[in-house]
Design a binder for this molecule. Structure first.
Ligand SMILES: *Cc1c(COP(=O)(O)O)cnc(C)c1O
Length: 495
């Protein structure tokens, strides 16, 4: 199967090229030329498989330049029990008779980014070999917290790769900062940037387009790539867990073959919910994709009105991984809903960069309404939801997951749609201890890693092992840079 750019369907490449490149040369997103369908008994076949086997089955449909045995070896290394503290990898918990929660945070960094970033390094290194690439790839990441750590953990000590992560000095939680500062591995680098996430992100974009820097590094045997969710190698592993969740519900007799489900996804860059859409297109009976946002509700407005308008205030919320005004992966959705009209997609994206706004056609609006619903939730509602879940179900959830539960209830109240729903849980509550403790009524918060034990003392829930281990780790990276000097830091780290 070939991959095409969302901005030019004639621009084609192989899966291995799409994964190594990250982004198309014209700035579009590389997308499968056709979306494969599961065979009529595909879901039944997968029901008896392990998570790893399901991953191979699904990925194999998209990656014909990789063999099934390659993919098997990647899946067992990515999702083994040395990496995930759950044998099922992505377990589905029952909350009440028609509400389930898909827990995606049992990996090494306790956020859903692990589901893709444990797999991507395997896909990327194999792609480099297939492409006969001589240079070492340098992955550059700007992170608001979760992506950076998950990428570091995925790429640490992977042959022919380096990884450099920039995070905003005052824009991540104490636990997130410590997770990155203590990162192990010989091919990793981490640096704080003075400023907010936008400063770090703009700085990294500037590095990507700095021709002089690129030439100097090419002379040293390096080229840049991205582990951002625009890379197809991040979207593909995420399709797997939606299919896996449906199989688990079938297996446990919660639903019967063909029964529809809804999914509700806490959304930022639109990568996770886009993967759910692809699962639906492959043949999983998903009725509605419910897009949940925090106070940064640009997507709620878009799905409800067809107008995307980033000209609005930006808020720092207690669900920081969703604090975003430009959702890059929406471009792939537009590509599908325009029936792959690359000219139309290009025009929307040009309007977005020129005016910060575009309005989609009536046809696209109709498709949006058919597949999606949307809602948003502020910080007070987020904390109330955490408290209520704990009180009613003795189930501890993080701030991002709480946004999704809130929006699902809103949706059900407005529509009366009681289709069984799967809420996607994207982070361990221990990653956002301060907000979770506040929601549960704690008034004085312990400083440093002691806050993890404080949450355990209040709830009896154990601290996930990778976070508990932070106490004994030495800080390796405490460098801070001005955003004007990021290129110097790259040159130091890529000696
Ligand atoms: C990244 C992230 C999200 C948003 O996911 P997208 O794929 O960017 O929509 C939600 N919750 C958590 C905890 C995350 O780390």
């Amino acid at each position: 199967m070939q991959y095409v750019s969302t901005r030019n369907k004639n621009q084609k490449c192989s899966a291995a090229q799409a994964i190594a490149q990250g982004l198309a040369a014209d700035g579009g997103l590389l997308t499968p030329e056709v979306l494969p369908k599961l065979s009529s008994n595909g879901l039944a076949t997968m029901t008896d498989m392990s998570y790893q086997q399901r991953a191979v089955y699904v990925m194999n449909a998209y990656l014909d330049d990789f063999t099934a045995s390659e993919l098997s070896s990647f899946a067992s290394r990515a999702y083994g029990q040395d990496k995930f503290d759950e044998k099922d990898v992505a377990p589905v918990r029952r909350v009440d008779e028609n509400t389930y929660c898909l827990e995606l945070w049992h990996g090494p960094t306790c956020a859903f980014k692990d589901m893709a970033l444990q797999m991507l390094p395997h896909l990327l290194s194999a792609s480099l070999v297939k492409n006969e690439e001589q240079k070492t790839v340098c992955i550059l990441v700007a992170t608001s917290g979760d992506t950076g750590k998950a990428a570091l953990e995925g790429f640490k000590d992977v042959n022919k790769t380096r990884i450099l992560v920039f995070y905003p000095k005052d824009g991540v939680s104490d636990i997130q900062q410590l997770q990155m500062q203590t990162q192990e591995g010989d091919n990793v680098g981490v640096c704080a940037v003075v400023g907010n996430f936008d400063d770090a992100q703009t700085g990294v974009k500037r590095l990507f387009s700095d021709a002089a820097l690129r030439d100097t590094l090419a002379g040293r045997g390096f080229f840049f790539s991205s582990a951002n969710s625009i890379n197809w190698g991040r979207i593909l592993p995420q399709i797997v867990y939606y299919i896996s969740a449906y199989c688990d519900l079938l297996k446990e007799g919660r639903i019967q073959k063909g029964d529809p489900i809804n999914v509700c996804v806490p959304t930022g860059n639109f990568g996770n919910i886009l993967s759910a859409y692809y699962a639906k297109e492959m043949g999983v009976p998903i009725r509605k994709l419910i897009c949940a946002s925090n106070r940064n509700n640009v997507l709620t407005d878009f799905i409800q009105t067809g107008v995307y308008d980033r000209n609005r205030s930006f808020y720092n919320t207690m669900s920081p991984s969703m604090d975003i005004l430009i959702s890059s992966n929406l471009e792939r959705m537009l590509f599908e809903f325009t029936e792959r009209d690359d000219e139309a997609v290009k025009t929307y994206m040009e309007e977005l960069s020129a005016n910060g706004r575009y309005e989609v056609s009536e046809k696209v609006k109709k498709q949006l309404g058919r597949h999606f619903a949307a809602g948003c939730c502020d910080d007070a509602q987020t904390q109330a939801r955490i408290a209520q879940m704990w009180k009613d179900h003795h189930y501890l959830i993080d701030t991002h997951t709480a946004v999704a539960f809130h929006v699902l209830d809103q949706y059900r109240a407005e529509t009366g749609d009681e289709t069984p729903a799967v809420v996607v849980s994207t982070a361990s509550p221990f990653k956002f201890c301060d907000s979770v403790l506040g929601a549960l009524g704690a008034t004085e918060l312990v400083q440093g890693t002691g806050i993890l034990d404080q949450l355990t003392a209040l709830t009896g829930e154990p601290v996930p092992a990778p976070l508990a281990a932070l106490k004994d780790k030495a800080v390796r990276f405490d460098q801070v840079t001005e955003k004007e000097h990021m290129a110097d830091r790259v040159l130091e780290m890529l000696k």
